[in-house]
Design a protein around this ligand. Structure first.
Ligand SMILES: Nc1nc2c(ncn2[C@@H]2O[C@H](COP(=O)(O)OP(=O)(O)OP(=O)(O)O)[C@@H](O)[C@H]2O)c(=O)[nH]1
Ligand SMILES: [Mg+2]
Length: 339
């Protein structure tokens, strides 16, 4: 097996060590693949805790010191081609890199009570922001008599995005996904617990690679069966990152993602009479006019606004945190200099 089988290895010129790709993370220990095969590695503390390199996530390429009879040492995270980030759940404003260096983001929702156009928009925004191309996969087609209705509702909130209806149980629609499964290309599967991400990995692989378990009958929610992100290579050469169902998908920076996911909404921005129009009661408001003319769905406009506000307040919180850390460091330095 070669590292080249796990995607395109970035340029390592002037970097120490050998290249490797992260296939899984278990707290401080990483599973990686390198020219010597699959092995384990840990971060070199000095390089990472000094803030010189971004902490690696699954899918990242890293520069590594290979140690044959123990855990290898990760020296640096190589530049990312694409990265899916969300706001880390919890009170402290932080970004969490869910996966990196993929070509397609598969957003999965099942055609039952899990289906939610508003949640699709949230995933689509961050998927476009990642730099890769989103694809919507509606799962459990065997459970519904009207997949067409779900397809139409998904397409309505996903302009320009391919939408597929599949069943891992009956293999219905799986052939439509074949064009994405190219050797060396990476797909990341995202979606709530229980939508069938791991079942789809198994169906595409033709073997039980990932553990799967039933959803709760009472409310259709999943049981958080997958507990860590895992990059798997299919025998045909495609790479899939399976992820645990996320309870929350908080907005991280999303300006470019919003522009792509809501191009139909943003086309009306900047056309109001007043440059600082708040789109409330101002005369000459292009948004209000588009809504009145039936060219813009008011509910979609409100959802867009909510996501944009959430992303902006996260960015503002990050900026304030950075400023605060800078001030603390400066005042420490000044105190040190007085001694
Ligand atoms: N009827 C039907 N059930 C499915 C299908 N795909 C998955 N399931 C069932 O849905 C349940 C959850 O599937 P998983 O694959 O574990 O879901 P997951 O998205 O990986 O969930 P987490 O790992 O918890 O994030 C299991 O009982 C599966 O058998 C399908 O196409 N049809
Ligand atoms: Mg799973």
């Amino acid at each position: 097996m070669y590292l080249q089988d796990y995607g395109t290895v970035p340029n390592m010129e002037n970097m120490p060590g050998i290249p490797a790709r992260i296939t899984a993370q278990h707290k401080e220990r990483y599973e990686i693949v390198c020219q010597h095969g699959l092995t384990h590695a840990r971060l070199k503390t000095k390089e990472y805790y000094g803030g010189r390199s971004l902490f690696p996530t699954v899918g990242d390429y890293v520069a590594m010191n290979y140690i044959p009879n123990g855990d290898s040492q990760i020296l640096a995270t190589l530049p990312r081609r694409t990265c899916f980030c969300r706001r880390e759940p919890g009170p402290i404003p932080r970004d969490q890199a869910v996966a990196a260096n993929f070509d397609w983001v598969f957003i999965l929702q099942s055609m039952n009570q899990n289906f939610s156009p508003a949640r699709l928009e949230r995933y689509l925004t961050l998927a476009w922001q990642s730099g890769a191309t989103p694809v919507i996969v509606l799962t459990k087609a065997d459970l519904t008599e009207s997949p067409g209705e779900y397809l139409t509702r998904a397409e309505a909130v996903a302009p320009g995005v391919d939408v597929h209806a599949v069943s891992a149980r009956t293999a219905l629609g799986l052939a439509e996904l074949q064009p994405y499964l190219q050797p060396g290309k990476t797909l990341v599967f995202l979606g709530s617990s229980g939508v069938g991400k791991s079942s789809l990995v198994n169906a595409l692989a033709g073997e039980e690679i990932m553990t799967v378990s039933g959803i709760r009958e009472s409310d259709g929610r999943g049981r958080h069966t997958t507990t860590h992100r895992q990059l798997t290579r299919l025998s045909g050469g495609a790479l899939i990152i399976d992820t645990p169902g996320m309870r929350e998908l908080g907005m991280a920076e999303a300006e470019d993602g919003l522009a792509e996911a809501f191009s139909d909404v943003e086309q009306f921005l900047g056309q109001c009479r007043f440059r600082d129009c708040r789109h409330e009661k101002e005369p000459g408001c292009a948004i209000k006019a588009a809504i009145a003319a039936g060219a813009l769905d008011p509910a979609r406009w409100e959802r867009y606004r909510k996501l944009r506000d959430e992303a902006q307040s996260h960015e503002e919180a990050l900026r304030r945190k950075k400023e605060w850390s800078k001030n603390v460091a400066l005042s420490r330095k000044a105190r040190g200099a007085k001694k």
